[in-house]
Design a binder for this molecule. Structure first.
Ligand code: FES
Ligand code: FES
Length: 172
C-alpha cells in the first residue's frame, strides 16, 4: 500500500485534515471521506463535468484532480453554493427557469455557471453556451439551463444596482 499524505483543505468554509493515498481523486475525498455526495461522477475522464467544483474560485473537474493538489486550497462544492434560506443566484435561476431535469448533471452545471459569472458577470447567450461546453447534460437541449444562467446574471446586475442606489441614497 502506498504511503499516505496529510492534506489540509478548506471545503465549504470548513477546514479538514485528511490522510490520503497520493493517487486519490478529489471527487472521492469529497464524496467518500466528507460525505458531500452532491458532486457526481459521470464519465471519470474529464468530459462530462458532473464532478465540477470550485478550487480557489475556479471551476475544476474533481475526477481528474488529485486530493493532494487541494492542499492548502479552498474548495466549494454545490453544498456550499447556497442553501434554502439563501439560494445562490444560479440556484434561484434553475428554480425560476426550470433548469432542473433529472438533476444528475445539475451540480456540475451550477458550479461551472457560478465560476463563469464570477469571471464574466454579464455574459451573452453565446458566451453562456461556450462556458457550458465542458459540461454535458444528457436529457436537455440546454435552453432552460441557459435561461437559468441569464436569470442569475440579471439578478446579480439588479443586486449591484440596488447597492449603488442604496449608497447614493445614503450619501444624500
Ligand atoms: S466525472 Fe468528471 S468530468 Fe465526468
Ligand atoms: S438534468 Fe439530466 S443530465 Fe442534466
Amino acid at each position: 500500500m502506498s504511503e499516505k499524505h496529510k492534506v489540509t483543505v478548506t471545503v465549504n468554509g470548513k477546514e479538514h485534515s485528511l490522510e490520503v493515498e497520493p493517487r486519490q481523486l478529489l471527487v472521492h475525498a469529497l464524496r467518500d471521506e466528507l460525505g458531500l455526495t452532491g458532486t457526481h461522477i459521470g464519465c471519470d475522464t474529464s468530459q462530462c463535468g458532473a464532478c465540477t467544483v470550485q478550487m480557489d474560485g475556479k471551476a475544476v473537474k474533481s475526477c481528474t484532480t488529485l486530493t493532494v493538489q487541494a492542499q492548502g486550497r479552498s474548495v466549494t462544492t454545490v453544498e456550499g453554493l447556497g442553501d434554502m434560506s439563501r439560494l445562490h443566484a444560479v440556484q434561484e435561476g434553475f428554480w425560476e427557469k426550470h433548469g432542473l431535469q433529472c438533476g444528475f448533471c445539475t451540480p456540475g452545471v451550477m458550479m461551472t455557471a457560478a465560476s463563469l459569472l464570477e469571471e464574466n458577470p454579464h455574459p451573452s447567450e453565446q458566451e453562456i453556451r461556450e462556458g457550458l461546453e465542458g459540461v454535458i447534460c444528457r436529457c436537455t437541449g440546454y435552453q432552460n439551463i441557459v435561461r437559468a444562467i441569464q436569470y442569475a446574471a440579471d439578478k446579480s446586475e439588479r443586486s449591484s444596482e440596488e447597492v449603488v442606489t442604496a449608497r447614493t441614497g445614503s450619501d444624500k
